[in-house]
Design a protein around this ligand. Structure first.
Ligand SMILES: [Zn+2]
Length: 152
């Protein structure tokens, strides 16, 4: 599968695939919309794998990287590695987005209601980038497309 083609499914392969996908979706967004704001889609894809990767569910094995203690708290609530609470689009992605950004979210919520934030054009791009990032992560972990929504 994809992990054989990429030479494994460890951190270096996840980062390489994420960068390739980020460039592709940035180029596609800019080509389709004729707007450089498409850079947000690719940037969101890169940031998702860097900051809120599904593998934060094994944070204790990842070492003292930026945000290590922050994500150790998240890990306590995930029953096991690749649980749907970390490795699924429907549960894992929203949970990691909320845990990874809740201070920023609170700052925005003090100014605007959540519904208005979700309707901003850049938020759609952030979500698309995050979904693209997670899908390539799951694919490298051996998930088939029908397993990505709810996990294995
Ligand atoms: Zn994973």
């Amino acid at each position: 599968m994809l992990s054989k083609f990429m030479g494994g499914s460890d951190r270096p392969q996840h980062l390489l695939l994420n960068r390739i996908v980020a460039v592709i979706i940035t180029a596609a967004d800019i080509a389709l919309t004729q707007n450089p704001v498409g850079l947000i889609t690719g940037l969101a894809c890169l940031l998702m794998e860097w900051w809120a990767t599904p593998d934060r569910d094994i944070e204790h094995k990842r070492g003292q990287r930026f945000g290590h203690r922050w994500w150790l708290i998240y890990e306590w609530f995930i029953p096991n590695h690749r649980h749907p609470l970390s490795h699924s689009l429907l549960l894992g992605l929203p949970l990691r987005l909320l845990w990874g950004t809740w201070p920023l979210l609170l700052m925005y919520l003090s100014q605007d209601p959540l519904w208005e934030i979700l309707q901003t054009p850049w938020m759609v791009r952030v979500l698309l980038g995050a979904i693209a990032s997670d899908c390539c992560h799951y694919a490298l972990d051996g998930y088939w497309p029908h397993q990505m929504l709810l996990g294995k």
